[in-house]
Design a protein. Structure first.
Length: 246
């Protein structure tokens, strides 16, 4: 018996899902979807920069939005993580001048990414930071997965829905300096450098990423646990006949 993805082609229950990971970076999202969809799924990553550590099945270097427009309809599920540098910080108070400069340097890509995703007619998940323009359908946090990093992220779902998970209470502080005070805590600061920020080894352990040692890209990467959760939620939303990978 065949059944449809949320919106898309018919799939046999045993047929691998074809996934596009747009703005893939080193593939934290890819690795999570692999765990959710099973080892036989086929995942293509797209990024404007070369990503020699990318762990997927295929990689295309180029503009992710252009690739979605041209090829997104060829996939069963699309994940997109537009760069967040110009998206999340508040544009008021002491941050106003700084973030105005950031906005001039980094374009806001959520709206054009959304338009490209919707144009494919395929189910998708688009991820970004708090304060961004991404729709807040799901919020995920490292504490939900017992990770040593908090990293709150929101996901906009297109073509499918799921129940928003509860946000657990944090166990303590993020370790490091803040406002002139050093605090210990169960979480590492997986952003920036210095001031008690996490090392390469600490980020690898905290996020569950063992295939890269690039400090900057490790900081940017999603923990695979996040997209494993998203992928399993998507499979659960499909018509009966396909179960989540073990």
């Amino acid at each position: 018996m065949t059944h449809p993805t949320a919106i898309g082609r018919l799939l046999a229950p045993s047929e691998p899902i074809r996934v596009l990971d747009a703005f893939c970076c080193i593939g934290g999202a890819t690795y999570g979807y692999r765990r959710a969809f099973g080892p036989d799924c086929h995942i293509t990553g797209v990024d404007i920069q070369a990503q020699p550590d990318y762990p997927g099945d295929a990689f295309h270097q180029g503009d992710a939005i252009d690739f979605i427009r041209a090829h997104g309809h060829e996939y069963d599920f699309i994940h997109a993580s537009p760069p967040c540098q110009g998206e999340g910080a508040p544009s008021k108070g002491t941050n106003k001048a700084r973030n105005a400069a950031i906005g001039r340097t980094y374009p806001r890509l959520i709206a054009p990414t959304r338009a490209a995703l919707e144009g494919t007619g395929r189910p998708y998940a688009m991820e970004n930071v708090p304060g961004s323009e991404v729709r807040k359908d799901i919020r995920l946090c490292g504490e939900q997965f017992s990770l040593a990093v908090l990293m709150h992220r929101y996901f906009e779902l297109g073509g499918w829905t799921t129940v928003r998970p509860a946000h657990p209470k944090h166990r303590g502080y993020v370790r490091g300096w803040r406002h002139g005070e050093y605090r210990e805590g169960p979480y590492v600061a997986a952003y920036g450098e210095g001031g008690g920020k996490a090392t390469v080894d600490e980020i690898r352990a905290a996020k569950g990423i063992d295939w890269s040692t690039d400090h900057r890209r490790l900081r940017e990467a999603l923990p695979p646990a996040y997209t494993e959760w998203v992928g399993r939620a998507y499979l659960a939303a499909l018509a009966p006949g396909r179960e989540a990978a073990a």
